[in-house]
Every structure is written in structure tokens, then in C-alpha cells.
Design a protein around this ligand. Structure first.
Ligand SMILES: [Cu+2]
Length: 141
């Protein structure tokens, strides 16, 4: 019986890993140690509807999800608790819209560096991402 439960749990874990949204074109701007880094990327979801609910990085004690917008000519950023990624759709994090904020960087981010992070989804999926530090989004292949 114990074996059966373990096998079922493993099957579930494998299924959720397969269905997890994918990260591509992850990039970050250069930033000084102690300052805040920004993370941009595209999330593509070939599985069932999910939502990004948190992010973690060994280089930041606290990562926030923000959304920038311009209203009446004023730019502002709002913290968001979750970014839905509908089934079969993708969501782009880019300057002027959704972005991750890596608070209190423990290390400077220079062009060519990579900022490691783990993206946490509502489904429980944890997806690793490498944000390449540059001045513009990486060229798509
Ligand atoms: Cu922000």
C-alpha cells in the first residue's frame, strides 16, 4: 500500500513537471550590488491554466512581481500577487509591463552575467530560470 501511494505521488509529480509553463528570453538589466534588479521574460504555457505567484533567487532576499503602467502621463508600478498564464497562451514580462524586482542584490549584475531564479506557480510547479544580464532582450532564435 505504501508503495502504491509513493508511485502515485511520483506520477503526479512527473505530470505537473511536464505541464509547467516554460520560460524563455529571460533577461535582466545591469544593476549595482545592494540595488534592485529587474527581470523580464516570456512564460509559455502548453499545459492547463496556471499563474506565477512568486519568485526566488539566491542573489536576492526578496523578489516581487510588479506591473508598470502609465495613467494620465504618469508611470507607476504596482505589486501583483499573481500573473495568470492561461492554457495554451503566453505572457511577456517586459519594460513598461510585468516584471520581477530582485530586491537588495547581494552581487552586482554586469553585462554577460546570469541571475539565477526559481519561478513558483500556483500549481506548485517550480521552474528554474537564468536571467541573462544585458541592455536589451536576447535575440530570439
Ligand atoms: Cu517594479
Amino acid at each position: 500500500m505504501k508503495f502504491l501511494i509513493t508511485a502515485a505521488a511520483l506520477t503526479l509529480a512527473a505530470a505537473s513537471a511536464q505541464a509547467a509553463p516554460k520560460v524563455s528570453a529571460a533577461w535582466s538589466r545591469p544593476a549595482a550590488q545592494g540595488s534592485t534588479g529587474a527581470g523580464y521574460m516570456t512564460l509559455s504555457n502548453a499545459g492547463p491554466a496556471d499563474a506565477l505567484v512568486a519568485a526566488e533567487s539566491p542573489l536576492s532576499g526578496h523578489v516581487m512581481i510588479h506591473h508598470s503602467s502609465i495613467a494620465n502621463g504618469m508611470a507607476s508600478m504596482k505589486m501583483v500577487a499573481r500573473v495568470p498564464v492561461a492554457a495554451g497562451r503566453s505572457v511577456t514580462f517586459a519594460p513598461g509591463g510585468y516584471h520581477l524586482m530582485f530586491m537588495g542584490l547581494t552581487k552586482a549584475l554586469n553585462v554577460g552575467d546570469t541571475l539565477p531564479a526559481t519561478l513558483v506557480f500556483a500549481s506548485g510547479a517550480r521552474v528554474k530560470a537564468s536571467f541573462v544580464v544585458g541592455l536589451a532582450p536576447p535575440v530570439r532564435k
